[in-house]
Design a protein around this ligand. Structure first.
Ligand SMILES: NC(=O)c1ccc[n+]([C@@H]2O[C@H](COP(=O)([O-])OP(=O)(O)OC[C@H]3O[C@@H](n4cnc5c(N)ncnc54)[C@H](O)[C@@H]3O)[C@@H](O)[C@H]2O)c1
Length: 416
């Protein structure tokens, strides 16, 4: 019987450990002892997993020797970009080094972390070979199975999203595919590891570009004084028009993964233009929101220097508490730089974490008492849709509903 180690118990690793732990002897390993302690106490700070009870074969550990008896190692560590927007695969390589130490003949290492095409075989496998002194595709095998989960999304879950699988040999690919088939509803066995890596990279690059397109439309239609959301609503009546909403693009996937693709393309001598333009436009949106807010204040005869603004939403996307790369803080800081007083509200995120990473105090919406000259609904969590905003607006105040999530019948409401 297989014994599985999941390396890295974050948004991706924990749900996976929970599913495997229902059927297989599983070690959920993380280098962070605090995370392990919480999980041993059946607490998930990300609030993704509420029920640990059915994973009877799962044990959590931060002691690396606990993975030594495993024969399947699944790596789910972060793959961010550095300050120059270059892939930072340090954690992927250190996790590979750790697994390499315990690798035995016939073992399989599966990478789930997002990366660029060729990374698994060209970067990770040499580390596994070096630390294990074993020979790739003779003594041990690797696979790549990208993760597609969407935290906060209750409809598309690990279990019901089709899982792409791949392996370094015919036999290992079949074995990896059956392993995932035993925990999810459907799998797609890709012909190679590079195809599986590329599929993941293009999925998020495509989404980034589609949002960049509607964000660019917002900039154009703002100049023409035409309501972008109404334009999109009309265009959507065509059968093949793709539906996307303008807004902030942050987080650790959509706003990061395209750089992995452009990086490898640059290495091979082609400098991508379309993908890079999409990134450029989406990265401009916080500035566009700031400028538009100031324009709206002036149109409402509010002096920005005396304005008080409340921003709603401090995570990178709605109904999710993940604050990594949350672009709303760029809006916050830019407004402050213009001398505007800004407060930010969000009950979902961890206020201490926000303070630590962004140096900003975030308030729960229950503490909303004052009146503001403008309310910006940046990230429309479900709970924000119920608020009676007019109560918290000055008589000349306005609402800037970035994603057009509120009911249309509000007074003085604007969208991106
Ligand atoms: N979060 C998502 O929605 C999502 C979706 C699809 C793909 N991904 C990809 O999955 C990967 C993991 O992302 P995440 O959001 O789960 O990250 P995360 O930050 O939530 O969790 C990563 C965990 O790995 C641990 N870790 C770091 N280095 C380690 C090491 N060497 N050994 C063991 N544990 C280690 C950290 O302590 C942390 O608990 C990334 O490549 C990401 O791009 C994420």
């Amino acid at each position: 019987m297989d014994k599985i180690a999941i390396i890295g118990l974050g948004y991706v690793g924990l749900p996976l450990a929970i599913e495997f732990g229902k059927k297989y002897s599983t070690i959920g390993f993380d280098i962070n002892p605090t995370r392990i302690k919480e999980l041993q106490e059946k607490k998930d700070k990300n609030e993704q997993i509420l029920d640990f009870s059915s994973s009877s074969f799962l044990k959590f550990s931060h002691k690396e020797e606990d993975i030594k008896d495993c024969n399947i190692f699944i790596i789910t560590v972060p793959t961010p970009v550095d300050i120059y927007k270059k892939p930072d695969i340090t954690l992927l390589l250190s996790a590979s080094k750790l697994v390499g130490k315990y690798l035995k003949k016939q073992d399989i290492v599966i990478y789930e972390s997002t990366t660029y095409p060729t990374c698994t075989k060209k970067e990770c496998v040499p580390v596994l070979e070096k630390t294990s002194s074993l020979v790739f595709n003779k003594d041990f095998f690797v696979g790549y199975s990208p993760e597609r989960i969407n935290p906060g999304d209750k409809v598309h879950t690990l279990k019901n999203i089709t899982k792409i699988t791949s392996g370094s040999s015919e036999e290992s690919a079949q074995k990896i595919n059956s392993l995932y088939q035993s925990i999810v509803d459907s799998t797609y066995l890709a012909p190679s590891i590079e195809i599986a890596e590329s599929a993941k990279a293009i999925e998020n690059a495509q989404r980034d570009l589609n949002i960049a397109f509607v964000n660019e439309l917002s900039i154009i239609f703002d100049k023409l004084d035409i309501d972008t959301h109404e334009v999109l609503k009309a265009a959507k009546t065509k059968w093949n028009f793709l539906s996307f909403t303008p807004g902030l693009v942050g987080g650790h996937c959509i706003s990061v993964d395209p750089y992995y693709l452009t990086h490898i393309s640059n290495v091979y001598g082609y400098h991508p233009k379309v993908i890079s333009s999409g990134r450029l436009i989406n990265d401009m949106i916080p500035n566009f929101i700031t400028q538009k807010t100031i324009k709206l204040l002036l149109q409402h005869k509010i002096n920005p220097l005396h304005a008080k603004i409340a921003i709603f939403g401090a995570s990178f996307k709605e109904n999710c508490k993940d604050i990594r790369n949350a672009k709303v803080f760029e809006v916050y800081k830019e407004l402050e730089e213009h001398g505007i007083k800004v407060e930010i509200f969000d009950s979902l995120v961890d206020a201490k974490e926000v303070k630590k990473f962004y140096g900003v105090q975030v308030f729960p919406i229950s503490s909303l008492k004052k009146q503001y000259h403008a309310i910006i609904i940046a990230i429309p969590h479900q709970e924000f849709l119920e608020v009676n905003y007019q109560k918290f607006l000055t008589s000349n105040g306005l609402i800037f509903d970035i994603k057009g999530a509120l009911q249309r019948n509000q007074k003085n409401i604007y969208k991106l």
